[in-house]
Design a protein. Structure first.
Length: 132
């Protein structure tokens, strides 16, 4: 009797793994997460570019004040702030800024086709970039 139990073949156990339903539920949950996260990430990137562009505009205005202090007049454009005898900016600005030579306000700005100012427009009244 004892030997008979030992010689008995073990019954084949059910294979372990995930069912098709379980895998589909996981894919559904992951798809829902992606649908929520991706649009939010795009808006965060757009807001980050807008903030970076406005910080650049503030830096360009500050450099224009340094030009005023050095030469007695505001520059005509941001092109005069970089690459001349004196570099008032450490890097060339992404956009091109044009100044009112009496007030120092930025009259207009041209966004670059492939940089942080791409797709933005300049507001003379607010002295900042905005997304149309």
């Amino acid at each position: 009797m004892f030997l008979k139990g030992m010689l008995k073949k073990p019954s084949p156990s059910r294979e372990k793994g995930f069912t098709l339903i379980e895998l589909l539920v996981v894919l559904l949950v992951l798809g829902a997460l992606v649908a929520v996260v991706v649009p939010n990430a795009a808006s965060f990137l757009e807001q980050a570019n807008l903030t970076a562009a406005n910080m650049e505009a503030m830096t360009v205005k500050t450099a224009a004040i340094f030009v005023l202090a050095s030469t007695g007049e505001f520059p005509h454009s941001s092109d005069e702030l970089y690459g001349g005898e004196v570099d008032y900016l450490s890097n060339k600005p992404d956009g091109t800024y044009f100044f009112d030579r009496t007030t120092g306000l930025i009259e207009s700005a041209t966004p670059s086709p492939d940089g942080i100012t791409r797709g933005l427009e300049w507001s003379r009244e607010k002295q900042s970039w905005y997304s149309p």
